[in-house]
Design a protein around this ligand. Sequence first.
Ligand code: NAD
Length: 229
Amino acid sequence: MLNILIIGAGVVGQATGKGLAKKGYKIGYVDIEPEKLAFLSKQGALAMRADQVNWQMWDIIMVAVPTPTIDGHITLAPLTSVMTTIGAGLAMISKFAVVVVRSTVPPTTTDQQLRPILEEFSGKQAGIDFGIAVNPEFLRQRSSEQDFDRPWITVLGVSDRLTGEILADIYTPFGGLTIQCTPTEAEMIKYVNNIYNALKISYFNEVHAICEKLEIDSNVVSAVVARSA
Ligand SMILES: NC(=O)c1ccc[n+]([C@@H]2O[C@H](COP(=O)([O-])OP(=O)(O)OC[C@H]3O[C@@H](n4cnc5c(N)ncnc54)[C@H](O)[C@@H]3O)[C@@H](O)[C@H]2O)c1
């Protein structure tokens, strides 16, 4: 069984860790919030700061740190900072580890910004010495753990064949459709999906407003039309 380190123990990180732990993987969490580490430790989980990680121990490193949009611009600072730490960690190990980006990032971020950091700080080459993947999360915050356990889709944007095989082995038991593609395609799929969801909400809000004016029950209309989407 592989050992999986999760960096960023928030909604996505914890749902991922709990879901994978149920399948028998050894899980470790890294976070910058001492309260979160204390909470996880109290629950019996292995939780630590980045400077406490024994990199040799971990086969897969999943990153689920925040990528907030501030004044219309996405903030990648937490993610790039974590990549420098992981890169330095990869420099210390001899095995083929896989770095998985779970955070939502704009298309091309991993190939053009994160991969160069990992390669610079590790002195190694992605796709040959270590794997890199974009595995976006489609869970809903209110039902994060159940959604992780029963995904409707798993998208694996991978740097190389071995990374694709390792991640497919991990996710296949969860069921649902699995798509293998490039890291940039995976990033684009997640962005387009988010925007499509926002568009559907706006669309049905408009439908509701028109129905109200015509004294039509909008639920009857939406319930039918939504099935065709
Ligand atoms: N919440 C959702 O429903 C959801 C769904 C899909 C995708 N996402 C994406 O997943 C990513 C994480 O979202 P979330 O909702 O889990 O965020 P969150 O705020 O719940 O958790 C993020 C965690 O990362 C930690 N963190 C921040 N900087 C760090 C660092 N440098 N090193 C280690 N830990 C650090 C924070 O302390 C926090 O515990 C984001 O990119 C988000 O867009 C979220």
